[in-house]
Each structure stands twice: as C-alpha cells, then as structure tokens.
Write a protein that binds this ligand. Structure first.
Ligand SMILES: Nc1ncnc2c1ncn2[C@@H]1O[C@H](COP(=O)(O)OP(=O)(O)OP(=O)(O)O)[C@@H](O)[C@H]1O
Ligand SMILES: [Mg+2]
Length: 89
C-alpha cells in the first residue's frame, strides 16, 4: 500500500536556472497538497499534463526527493521499503 497524504513541493530556482529558463520567479510550486492511495493488487494510473508533478511525486515515493514540509506525510509500505533497500544494493 502506498499512501500519499497532503504532499507539497516547492522548488527553489537558482539564479543560473532562472537565466536558463528565462523566468523571473524564485520558486516553482510543483505539488500542492497531493493525496492518493495505491492499494495492493490494484492498477493505479498517474495522469496529468506536462509539469503536473508526476515525476516529482514518483521521486518522493522512491525517497530521492523530500516533501516540502518537514513532517512525514508519505507513508510507504514495508514491502516497498524492502524493495528500495534491495535496489540500493
Ligand atoms: N529540479 C527542479 N528544479 C526546479 N523546478 C523543477 C524541478 N523538477 C521539476 N520542476 C518543476 O516542477 C513542476 C513539476 O515537474 P514534473 O517534472 O514533476 O512534472 P511531470 O508531470 O513529470 O511533467 P512531464 O509530463 O513533462 O514529465 C514543473 O513546473 C517543473 O518545471
Ligand atoms: Mg515527468
């Protein structure tokens, strides 16, 4: 079971990236209070337009990225944690 609860992510934009992307803003809100549940044995689709935050949320589930808020808002099952541990070996 993968449970995602109220996950938000804001990327700070470096000066270099601002120049490269030709944008003025200092941050990008990639995720704003995202919640969903993937139940065992069920097929789950993550759909959304470009830039909707699909890759960002998947990176968080894979523990590559941290959610914006410090509180642990992502509950990943023990089985998935074991799989991640194996993948790191
Ligand atoms: N490392 C980063 N630094 C700054 N902004 C980022 C970073 N990674 C993603 N973003 C921004 O966060 C938002 C969500 O990006 P994300 O890549 O998660 O979307 P996506 O749904 O996977 O898009 P796509 O369908 O194009 O793959 C976008 O506005 C993107 O520009
Ligand atoms: Mg993507």
């Amino acid at each position: 079971m993968i449970q995602v609860e109220n996950v938000s992510k804001v990327f700070k934009i470096t000066k270099k990236l601002k120049k490269e992307l030709d944008i003025q803003q200092d941050s990008i809100k990639a995720l704003d209070n995202v919640s969903f549940e993937c139940k065992p044995g069920r097929i789950f689709s993550l759909l959304g337009p470009n830039g909707a935050g699909k890759t960002t949320i998947l990176r968080m589930i894979a523990t590559i990225l941290k959610p914006h808020r410090a509180v642990l808002q992502l509950r990943v099952s023990i089985q998935l944690k074991k799989m991640i541990k194996c993948a790191k070996r």
